[in-house]
Design a protein around this ligand. Structure first.
Ligand code: PLP
Length: 384
């Protein structure tokens, strides 16, 4: 009998150890981790510089609260905004909290309440973030929700133009919908959002919780579009497994979050910040980001070679790739891949999401593609 709430559909084994892309279960079985803890362990498991940062900082100071100056947060904020159009950061502990901060900042700054969000989006499980999420399965049973979110079809510029008006505070989107099926924003749609942002006072919130911190081959995924979001939310990869989230915002928003308006006890504590600084120092440079792009092209081309048939589709960017199997439900295939030693995660019912650590090697990509080919091309696996 488990003493846990059964709110997760857990796989029937526990991972107890990891190094780089490899993880091991209690029986010692080895797996390639192409989940990265759902796009989190950006530098892989037990990355030496992170182990060292935790060891060093844990002997000095773990937590002190935001009652005091925070040199660590100052440095991390400066590293994150360097060469970007945003100027300020706020740190919290998770993606949902980052989106709460983004929603509150947008409402308070504009004095308006309506936020346009999109079908199949996922923004988190807290009330604001859940209400922003465009998936009934996430929201059902918890109403009444936070009001004033307007949900539109994703990548439909006409619907957006028709809905955006003087009551709209912000447009909130993922640059690639992660949980919703690895659906990238189209260039036309990004342009439509950009045009609205330029010609009105409507803010743009980019939820980069999954796509940010190098996952798509640039620091943030918006950098590969015309968009210059007013607010960027982040989490997941920022701590490479240590919980930390945050938002970045433009200079215009500075006065809106003044003392007492928003906060969190744990947010940006010295231990979390020491880890995140190590992550950012490793990832935010051309050599590392170039290697992500190069591995992404390699991975995508290997997948294309392994699955040339029309029923397969490969989508996504960087090391956030999705493979769909011609409309089939992927759950049984994900289980079969587990058994064959490759951990993957579904994105919606129809897409297998491939999220290796950004440090994955070409050799490990080859091994993963070989397992995918063997498992997915075996005879049809029945739905169980
Ligand atoms: N936003 C996006 C795009 C996500 O993918 C997620 C988590 O999957 C969240 C927000 C919520 O993050 P967290 O689970 O850290 O609250």
């Amino acid at each position: 009998m488990s003493a846990l709430f059964q709110n997760y559909a857990r796989r029937p084994f526990a991972i107890v150890e990891g190094k780089g892309t490899e993880v091991f279960d209690e029986s010692g079985k080895r797996y390639l981790d192409f989940t990265s803890g759902i796009a989190v362990c950006s530098l892989g498991h037990a990355y030496p510089a992170i182990v060292e940062a935790i060891q060093k900082q844990s002997e000095k100071l773990w937590h002190i609260s935001n009652l005091f100056e925070s040199p660590g947060q100052e440095k991390l904020a400066a590293s994150l905004v360097e060469d970007l159009h945003v100027s300020y950061a706020f740190f919290c502990n998770s993606g949902a909290e980052a989106n709460e901060a983004a929603i509150k900042l947008a409402r308070k700054h504009t004095g308006k309440h309506k936020i346009i969000v999109f079908e199949q989006s996922f923004h988190g499980r807290t009330f604001g973030a859940m209400s922003a999420t465009g998936q009934d399965k996430v929201r059902n049973g918890f109403g009444p929700l936070v009001s004033e979110f307007v949900t539109l079809p994703f990548n439909d510029a006409e619907a957006l133009k028709a809905a955006a008006n003087t009551e709209t505070a912000a447009i909130m989107l993922e640059l690639i919908q992660g949980e919703g099926g690895v659906n990238p924003v189209t260039d036309d749609f990004a342009q439509a959002i950009h045009d609205i942002q330029q010609s009105t006072d409507i803010l743009v919130i980019a939820d980069e919780v999954q796509t940010g911190i190098g996952r798509t081959g640039t620091r943030f995924a918006f950098e590969q579009t015309v968009l210059k979001p007013d607010i960027i939310s982040m989490a997941k990869g920022l701590g490479s497994g240590f919980p930390i989230g945050g938002i970045l915002g433009t200079a215009e928003l500075f006065d809106t979050f003044n003392a007492g308006t928003h906060g969190t006890t744990f947010g940006g504590n010295p231990l979390a910040v020491a880890v995140a600084q190590t992550v950012v120092d490793h990832i935010f440079n051309d050599a590392f980001l170039g290697s992500v792009k190069q591995k992404s092209s390699y991975f995508a081309s290997k997948l294309q070679q392994a699955f040339p048939e029309q029923q397969y589709a490969i989508q996504g960017k960087g090391l956030m790739l999705g493979l769909s199997l011609g409309g089939e439900d992927v759950a049984p295939y994900v289980t079969a891949l587990d058994e064959a030693g490759l951990l993957t995660v579904a994105a919606g019912p129809k897409v297998i999401r491939l999220l290796p650590p950004l440090t994955v090697s070409e050799h490990e990509i080859d091994e993963a593609v070989s397992i995918l080919k063997t498992v997915l091309k075996k005879e049809k696996i029945p739905n169980i």
